[in-house]
Design a protein around this ligand. Sequence first.
Ligand SMILES: NC(=O)c1ccc[n+]([C@@H]2O[C@H](COP(=O)([O-])OP(=O)(O)OC[C@H]3O[C@@H](n4cnc5c(N)ncnc54)[C@H](OP(=O)(O)O)[C@@H]3O)[C@@H](O)[C@H]2O)c1
Length: 325
Amino acid sequence: MRAVEFQEYGGPEVLRIVEADVPEPRAGQVTIDTAYVGVNFADLKARTEGYRVRSLPFRPGLEVSGRVRAVGAGVEGLRAGQDVVALVDSGAYAEVVLAEAATVFPLPEGLDPRTAATLPTVLPTAHALLHEVGRLRAGESVLVHGAAGGVGTATGQLARAAGAGAVYGVVSSPGKADHALKHGYDEVFLADTFAEDVRRATGGRGVDLVLDPVGGDTLRRGLEALAAFGRLVSFGNASGAEPWQAGQPELYPYGRSVAGFSILGLAQSAPEALRSLTERAFRKATDGTVSLPVTAEFPLTEAAEAHRLMGGRTSTGKLLLRARD
Ligand SMILES: NC(=O)c1ccc[n+]([C@@H]2O[C@H](COP(=O)([O-])OP(=O)(O)OC[C@H]3O[C@@H](n4cnc5c(N)ncnc54)[C@H](OP(=O)(O)O)[C@@H]3O)[C@@H](O)[C@H]2O)c1
């Protein structure tokens, strides 16, 4: 089978197509004949700086749709030939993917494999950021960084559907604002000026919830943009800056709080919680609350092109890789 791997860190050109053995499932695992693979920013972070890479060569890829090929011992509720989607901790850039059965889900009702491949990472993440971790209440305002990207596109729609009082987005360039405005956002700010824009838009009050995948200075300015009792959820470090550490001036006088979320961390530490979160989140796709537009699709063998597009910071919505020619 064909797979895409890298042997060294670097630009998209380090992604290589390799011939690999078809994996066999061990106890508690299944293999999946891949239909589509979703591209995530974490795949680029793995390639450039070794994010969650345990050893080289490394095969990226966190989410896949396809058909169960083989079922390992002790797996219940999944059978060969069944259409499924899965979250995996790596290795989805391949024609056959090995997955832990705990993070394999029947193809959500009414969705095709192409649409379903956009969901396993982004939608549960967006749901957790707003609800399980961010504890958004109807009428509250929320500010979402990376508003036009995969997670951002889902989050805008979920926040609107949850009755948020105002849904503000942040993007790096004006060209991305239109996309966000079509996916639940009331107003979209540019990254350079978002803190001032929030003050203006909220009459100086600030927002109730900030969702931050950037870190560094953006996280610090996000804290300042919070209203009294506001919450910030950190869920990434796209800036590559040193992690922020809690200090008195930012939190105590306003009763602000900071929380964190990692879907891969949750899959490892609390698979049952991840499973019920994913089922709740998928219902938001099957009932039509959320749709994730696929804005570009590439053959698996052209994964480097998908990385170029996302790395160039012009992509919106979801990018997919197609496993079959
Ligand atoms: N914690 C979790 O469980 C979890 C799960 C999924 C995703 N994430 C994080 O959520 C974010 C979005 O992921 P995605 O896969 O949906 O990707 P995406 O949003 O489709 O594309 C990458 C995003 O990163 C932003 N970006 C790129 N380089 C940046 C930089 N140097 N500084 C600041 N922002 C930068 C871009 O926004 P602009 O160009 O508009 O700034 C763009 O929205 C990523 O940071 C990812 O690591 C976290």
